[in-house]
Design a protein around this ligand. Structure first.
Ligand SMILES: C[S@@+](CC[C@H](N)C(=O)[O-])C[C@H]1O[C@@H](n2cnc3c(N)ncnc32)[C@H](O)[C@@H]1O
Ligand code: SF4
Length: 294
């Protein structure tokens, strides 16, 4: 019923949320693995307050009770503090049942926002940031043109925590290929240990439209990880993680092996599952190629 510019992506856990497209596309749109907003109609733009108000009025008049709102698209947090505050106030005005607003968030989206400003947004309902760290390894981040680093991700995750918001981090299994697998896994784990996000999920990097653009960043020598290598990388990641209370999910459709638990409580069980997948794959349920997707 809303006027979406398709495709509109959202995290799996926002399946039941109202997707409010306050921006279109991604203002960075440079990560070489990401084709999500490369279609011509997805060129980055910002919706006006009038457009957002009209959409909220439309939802309100439907009589549906909305409890969760996800601000789309790829980095709605690029909007200024003033615009975000205005949007949250509009959501309050038109959808008073809303308990949680969330958004994707690039670390750089928070650079010019203070903890005080973020705290104010949290109090207005913005409770959860999905941060695509992808890796904690600077070399891998550079090769995939993420435009972020261990340090910039650390700063953003710390700010989110200080503001009382929760963070849900995405790490990409296989992002460094064979050559950088070990350092990608270890440094990603160290970033998580230092920041202790509430949620952590891993996705397997996939290339639905080919690897040409991605290969360029690696000077042509990116060797994709095979299934077993992906599991070995996952074992290194899990083994290095020292989390206190993080909900861990590796259940996105891109994964061959579904893993779910709370870390560190379930670390031993998850590691056993990964080791079984490596040494006795016939004893564990793995997704078939046709069951996978992005
Ligand atoms: C729609 S994007 C928005 C994320 C947000 N812009 C950020 O960078 O924090 C959501 C996530 O999808 C994942 N993703 C994008 N392209 C992918 C690919 N080719 N394979 C696997 N995961 C991918 C990345 O983890 C990315 O952070
Ligand atoms: S991963 Fe995020 S920042 Fe990178 S291009 Fe995709 S949407 Fe933009």
């Amino acid at each position: 019923m809303l006027n979406y510019i398709e495709p509109a992506f959202r995290p799996p856990s926002e399946a039941r949320s109202l997707i409010l497209q306050v921006t279109n596309g991604c203002s960075w749109n440079n990560c070489t693995f990401c084709e999500m907003y490369t279609a011509p109609q997805k060129k980055f733009s910002v919706k006006t307050s009038e457009q957002i108000t009209q959409e909220l009025q439309q939802v309100a008049s439907s009589g549906i009770s909305v409890r969760r709102v996800f601000l789309a698209d790829g980095d709605a947090m690029t909007l200024s503090f003033r615009r975000l505050k205005e949007i949250l106030l509009l959501i309050r005005q038109y959808l008073p049942d809303v308990q949680r607003v969330s958004s994707y968030c690039l670390p750089r989206n928070l650079k010019s926002k203070t903890v005080e400003e973020l705290t104010e947004l949290e109090q207005l309902g913005l409770k959860l940031m999905y941060v695509g760290c992808e890796s904690g390894d600077d070399l891998v981040l550079e090769k995939v043109s993420k435009g972020e680093s261990y340090q910039s991700s650390l700063m953003a995750l710390n700010k989110i925590k200080l503001a009382g918001m929760k963070s849900s981090v995405m790490i990409l299994n296989g992002l460094g290929g064979r050559k950088y697998s070990e350092q990608h896994a270890v440094n990603s784990a160290l970033l998580m240990n230092e920041t202790q996000p509430e949620y952590l999920s891993t996705l397997v990097v996939s290339f639905p439209v080919g690897m040409e653009r991605f290969q360029q960043g690696f000077g042509g020598d990116f060797e994709p990880l095979q299934q077993m290598d992906l599991f070995r990388e996952m074992a290194v990641l899990l083994n290095t993680l020292t989390l206190e209370k993080t909900v861990f999910r590796s259940d996105h459709a891109s994964n061959y092996l579904v893993l779910k638990g709370t870390l560190s409580r379930d670390k031993a069980r998850l590691l056993t599952q990964v080791r079984t997948a490596i040494h006795n794959p016939e004893q564990i349920d793995l997704r078939q190629e046709w069951q996978r997707g992005l």
